[in-house]
Ligand binder design. Structure first.
Ligand SMILES: NC(=O)c1ccc[n+]([C@@H]2O[C@H](COP(=O)([O-])OP(=O)(O)OC[C@H]3O[C@@H](n4cnc5c(N)ncnc54)[C@H](O)[C@@H]3O)[C@@H](O)[C@H]2O)c1
Length: 360
């Protein structure tokens, strides 16, 4: 069934639909009615009331089990996955169980990973409750946990059968969590260009106010990811473009410790560095970086950070998932909507590009 205004997109694999993505406002109940028990609900404790409501929408309440956890990024680990396995074990869930994960990107990464691995793989549904989750993390089936030496290094590809992104769920989201999702919105606008870029350039919606034009932005951002995943589910080609801004972004998160910089803040800073490298390497118009910096400032995201020298970041850069045996690969832009993978960027050039975000 499509959303109230008919908005639904699909991710296909080998010619059949594997993941339906529904984005709208007030769509949760109608989206979940098709789910058949047994259901195992894994929810972010922060959104307990929402989860209560979701449970009332699910059929066969006698065959629903629920576990609520508070999981900060630093605990998106195998140890926490083990706790989820234990809850699944106590509930004696069977292979026909659908795992419904309610929360932001931490919960969908963690719960999706548990669903991918428990009993060798269970069907799952993501109810995304953060901006980052709705535009990015819940979509596309990459599920993962962190290990002490890097982020998201243990994971799987396991598409959720259904993703529900209901803007009603964003109403309670604190401003800093809105900011966390903006890095992905900007990234998608840069790599895809088109209406998303034009809409943001014309008038960026107001943080925290759903009614100021977020629905088309969230849908357009999600669509960029859906289109790319449809072309390249396993990241052997164009999916790599979604890493724009993330090479430096992840290194900053790793260097400064998760929690000090929000993911979106780190990606925003990484985007400025990638744009600067794009100017040097591919002749990108510097006006793009000025425009992006003005959005970041308008939304209260940092455009500079103390330190952030190459010496500080190099160890994390070398560990980067995007590194291959022949060295780092960068996603850079020729122009808005035209990304390219660039190898062999000399460290001296990276050091120079980092100066654009070097704070006092
Ligand atoms: N799998 C992917 O493709 C992918 C893509 C991008 C990011 N990610 C991952 O996503 C994670 C970050 O996700 P996130 O930014 O959603 O963080 P998060 O899940 O930690 O949520 C942020 C905070 O908001 C709270 N929260 C969630 N929903 C809320 C609501 N509706 N109202 C009030 N508070 C709410 C949470 O409890 C948490 O404190 C990272 O671990 C990142 O690696 C994954």
């Amino acid at each position: 069934m499509a959303g109230m205004d008919g908005w639904e997109r699909e991710i296909e694999q080998s010619g059949s639909v594997r993941s339906r993505i529904r984005i709208g406002q007030g769509i949760t109940q109608e989206s979940l009615t098709g789910i058949e028990a047994p259901v195992f609900v894994l929810a972010d404790r922060q959104v307990g009331e929402l989860t209560d409501r979701i449970l009332s929408f699910l059929p066969g309440s006698a065959r629903i089990t629920r576990t609520d956890l508070a999981v900060p990024e630093a605990e998106k680990t195998l140890a926490t996955v083990s706790r989820v396995y234990e809850a699944m074990g106590s509930a004696a869930i069977t292979r026909d169980t659908v795992v419904v994960v309610v929360g932001g990107g931490v919960m969908t990464d963690l719960g999706g990973y548990a669903a991918a691995t428990y009993l060798r793989g269970l069907k799952w549904v993501a109810v995304a409750t953060t901006l980052l989750g709705q535009v990015d993390a819940a979509i596309g089936g990459k599920v993962a946990v962190n290990v002490p030496w890097g982020k998201n290094l243990v994971g799987a590809f396991h598409l959720p059968g259904l993703v529900v992104a209901d803007l009603d769920h964003l109403v309670s989201l604190p401003a800093e969590e809105w900011r966390a999702g903006l890095g992905e919105v900007i990234k998608s606008a840069l790599i895809a260009g088109g209406p998303l870029w034009d809409a943001l350039a014309a008038s960026p919606p107001v943080l925290g106010r759903v009614e100021t034009g977020w629905l088309p932005i969230i849908r357009a951002t999600a669509e960029v990811k859906i289109d790319i995943v449809n072309q390249d589910l396993y990241e052997s080609g164009v999916r790599f473009f979604l890493n724009f801004g993330h090479t430096i972004g992840h290194a900053l998160e790793h260097r400064y410790g998760y929690g000090f910089l929000k993911h979106g803040e780190a990606v925003g800073l990484g985007t400025l560095v990638a744009l600067r490298l794009s100017e040097d390497r591919l002749g990108l118009d510097p006006a793009v970086r000025r425009e992006v910096a003005s959005w970041l400032r308008g939304w209260g995201l940092p455009t500079a950070i103390a330190g952030a020298s190459l010496e500080d970041l190099r160890p994390a850069l070398i560990q980067d998932k995007k590194a291959r045996s022949h060295g780092l690969q960068w996603v850079l832009l020729e122009r808005v909507g035209r990304p390219r993978v660039v190898k062999d960027v000399p460290w001296a050039e990276v050091a120079r590009a980092l100066e654009v975000i070097r704070g006092a």
